[in-house]
Design a protein around this ligand. Structure first.
Ligand code: HH2
Length: 400
């Protein structure tokens, strides 16, 4: 059962009205304290009232959505003891309350223990403590940062091998720019651009290749030539045959959130509640993938930084990445050289955004990303190892 559960740990409770709105959390919970907060949507009124009563009885203040938000419910669980009481009560209740208890429990576990590997047809990619770094390789004339740099297939091959040398765990090859304002490229043209590069790298590159495309025809050709992962920035929403291609080939699948189409996505992007909407979209993509036969262990999710979002919306998504982990899949982030960085640190041209990109990479790891998609592999790997060392430091107890 899917209630589009949003779960916020105590350390990430919202502190402003705008953050409450982005999370879809009632204002009463602003600056609140507690173990965690949950928000559910998609309820009929009766079970919603029952759930709300059970939460209140167990000591978790609960709010039902107002008339414009009927079918939503949020509750703040102040301590582990209250959660264990509430869980027992829900498990004894009438459907769908036991399912709610199970879903919250598995989300709590998923947030603190994201999957540690990505399952591909012939191998498993480790995620775990080390952040997986995807090196970007655009074989396009017009990508916003590296457009035209790798038009010559030999240069593209050399760059891929260099990124592997620098520590990339995956090389992401694209033949179509999806920058704001871009127009779609015909599948045959995309294939013409990327195929010689994938064929030349297949068997030479030790790390897997992902193909950055929204078209099943392109994905199928790339997988045939040796790619092992599909990176679909439309999260399976543009091409209904994409999930089947991924399933049949046992490919890894990166599902990204997008609002609208690249051509117009940055014209006044709006959300009623950003995080629940992004989560629901990604969950929808995951459902489609699983239905087609993709294995759960083969899926990564991505909030789609810059794909129909304002600078503030991008920042809120970065800050609340752990919310996305509740869906049960590792989270990837692609913030590298993107224009929202210009609004923060002033790098007007993509060439001036290295510092901002590395800052965003560090923030993303700290906030819960398991993988990063970057143009600057060597520097990002060093940043990643440093942030991981701070995050995971274990200080031995003093002797004696
Ligand atoms: N961003 C871009 C392209 N593909 N894939 C995922 N999963 N996540 C992203 O954030 C993402 C992506 C855009 O960056 P780039 O490929 O460098 O530019 P362009 O679309 O102009 O080729």
């Amino acid at each position: 059962m899917d209630f589009n559960l949003l779960l916020l740990e105590g350390r990430s409770f919202p502190s402003s009205t705008r953050e409450c709105a982005a999370l879809g959390v009632p204002l009463e919970f602003r600056n609140g304290r507690g173990d965690f907060l949950f928000r559910l949507e998609g309820f009929r009124p009766l079970p919603a009232r029952r759930l709300s009563r059970a939460a209140e009885e167990c000591g978790a203040p609960a709010r039902l959505g107002g008339p414009s938000e009927a079918r939503t419910l949020a509750a703040c669980v102040p301590s582990a003891a209250v959660w264990s009481r509430l869980r027992r009560q829900l498990l004894r209740g009438a459907p769908p309350l036991p399912a709610v208890a199970r879903e919250i429990r598995s989300a709590l576990r998923a947030v603190s223990h994201p999957p540690r590997s990505l399952l591909l047809r012939r191998r498993r990619l480790r995620l775990g403590r080390r952040t997986l770094i995807l090196g970007v390789l655009n074989v396009t004339p017009d990508s916003f940062y590296d457009g035209g740099l790798h038009a010559d297939p030999q240069r593209a091959v050399d760059r891929a091998l260099q990124m592997e040398e620098e520590g990339a765990g995956l090389v992401d090859i694209g033949g179509e720019s999806t920058r704001p304002g871009s127009r779609a490229v015909p599948a045959q043209e995309e294939i013409r651009r990327i195929l010689p590069v994938i064929e030349a790298l297949s068997g030479r590159l030790r790390v897997p290749i992902s193909v950055d495309t929204t078209k099943s025809e392109v994905a199928a050709a790339a997988l045939e030539a040796g790619a092992e992962v599909i990176n679909d920035v439309s999260g399976l929403s543009f091409d209904s045959r994409m999930a089947g291609v991924a399933a049949r080939r046992g490919a890894g699948l990166i599902l990204s959130h997008i609002q609208g189409r690249p051509r117009t996505m940055q014209t006044d992007p709006r959300y009623r509640h950003l995080l629940p909407e992004v989560l629901a979209f990604l969950r929808g993509g995951v459902r489609r993938a699983l239905k087609a036969g993709v294995k759960p262990g083969a899926i990564l999710i991505d909030p789609g930084i810059g794909f129909g979002k304002t600078a503030e919306q991008n920042l809120l998504l970065l800050r609340h990445l752990r919310v996305l982990r509740a869906a049960g899949y590792p989270v990837m982030v692609g913030a590298s050289r993107k224009s929202f960085l210009a609004k923060i640190e002033g790098g007007r041209d993509p060439e001036d955004r290295l510092g901002g990109s590395l800052g965003a990479a560090a923030a993303a790891i700290w906030c819960g990303a398991s993988a990063l998609r970057v143009h600057d592999v060597a520097a990002s790997v060093r940043i990643a190892r440093t942030v991981e060392a701070v995050r995971d430091v274990r200080v031995d107890r003093d002797e004696g």
